[in-house]
Design a protein around this ligand. Structure first.
Ligand SMILES: Cc1cc2nc3c(=O)[nH]c(=O)nc-3n(C[C@H](O)[C@H](O)[C@H](O)COP(=O)(O)O)c2cc1C
Length: 361
């Protein structure tokens, strides 16, 4: 309990419940609803332009004066393989024709990638109290600049080795992302096989490996799952998919509807949409890419190649042709306001806290 209240104080929140950053789904309204209710909202800005980053931060600040986190992507960008890219673009055109999406050659604009390095100054100026990141580790200069301006840094780890590296670089807290989690894997030891460690195995190993506070992420949505995370060594939980069907979520209606009927077996890991492993619901797009067997460019190149295709599918509310990120407990995503979903989690957490108090006295 000691460590739990420490984390509340460090993050400036009332409950150890964090709304996971979810690029493409999380809106300023979602972030503010959670922060206003005493949790920690997280605003994802990974890969966005500096202008968009500032706009979203300012919008969120208009909706809450409570602390919220801003989330960055810390990946590096590899060389573009022109042949591989041309083959993938050709395939996307064929797929679009097959499914009647009006995709044209002109829709593959020259690549323009933004990195976190272009966002750090904005975060420093805006005095963001908590900065979380995934896909890697920020460089030393960025870490120093953010910490000097008072930011607490949360890095994502999917195995013990990543957590140790984050600790060695002076990061303040670890978000432990189990293989159950929806969306992109935060894994960054790219020369090694993808870690596929479930949260139940990951949490105690991280608790043994690092001294930092640990935040558990992956298929958490109620009293039992939060209790398990705390029992296994987490000081806070980070909840994503459970907020995906909320009124404040920007995902398309067909995605929200698909969550409620999803079976546990509908979940898959795929590189098809972005070039980076991510968990979502199985659909036609992912299956078509597997069937085609063509090599998929790395993130963020593939992400950029498929961007317009996915946007067109989303305009048609077509769940078969765009990414349906979701964790393994997808069907627990309820169609309610973010505030109601968060209050349900708080009620569950209070129950757990009450049990602990009884045990301690
Ligand atoms: C739609 C979606 C988008 C996501 N985008 C991000 C992101 O931008 N940054 C990040 O650190 N994690 C991202 N994640 C991962 C979440 O932060 C978190 O690890 C995950 O949602 C926890 O598992 P759960 O979805 O089962 O609750 C995303 C997850 C989802 C479902």
């Amino acid at each position: 309990m000691e460590r739990k209240s420490d984390i509340l104080q460090s993050l400036g929140i009332d409950y150890p419940i964090i709304q996971a950053p979810m690029l493409g789904a999380t809106t300023p309204a979602m972030v503010a609803a959670v922060s206003n209710a005493g949790g920690l909202g997280s605003l994802p800005v990974g890969g966005l332009s500096p202008d968009k980053t500032l706009e979203l931060i300012q919008k969120t600040k208009e909706l809450t004066n409570k602390p919220f986190a801003v989330n960055l992507f810390a990946h590096s960008i590899g060389a573009v393989d022109e042949v591989q890219v041309a083959r993938m673009q050709e395939f996307m055109l064929q797929l679009a024709a097959k499914y009647n999406l009006p995709l044209g050659r002109q829709d593959f604009e020259p690549f323009q990638f933004y990195t976190y390095k272009e966002q750090i100054d904005i975060l420093v100026k805006e005095r963001i109290p908590i900065v979380s990141f995934t896909f890697g580790i920020l460089n030393d200069e960025s870490i120093a600049a953010l910490q000097a301006s008072g930011s607490i840094l949360i890095g994502t780890a999917t195995c013990a080795k990543e957590a140790v590296l984050l600790q060695e670089r002076g990061i303040d807290m670890i978000a432990a992302q189990g293989i159950e989690a929806g969306g992109h894997r935060g894994s960054f030891l790219l020369e090694e096989p993808l870690p596929q460690i479930a949260l139940m195995a990951l949490l105690p190993q991280l608790a043994d490996s690092v001294q930092l506070p640990i935040i558990a992420a992956g298929a958490i949505y109620n009293r039992a799952t939060m209790r398990a995370a705390f029992a296994l060594g987490a000081q806070a939980v980070q909840v994503g998919t459970a907020f995906l069907a909320s009124h404040e979520s920007a995902t398309i209606a067909a995605h929200k509807a698909a969550l409620s009927t999803a079976a546990d077996t509908d979940s898959m890991l795929t590189r098809a949409f972005s070039g980076r492993w991510a968990r979502g619901l199985r659909n036609t797009f992912a299956e078509e890419l597997v069937r085609a067997g063509i090599s998929i460019p790395d993130y963020p190149i593939q992400n950029s190649i498929t961007a317009k295709f996915r946007a067109l599918a989303q305009q048609q509310n077509n769940k078969e042709l765009t990414n349906l990120w979701a964790g393994q407990a997808a069907h627990k995503a309820e169609v309610k306001s973010t505030k109601e979903i968060f209050e349900g989690l708080v009620k569950d957490w209070k129950g757990i806290n009450h049990e602990y108090e009884k045990e301690n006295f």
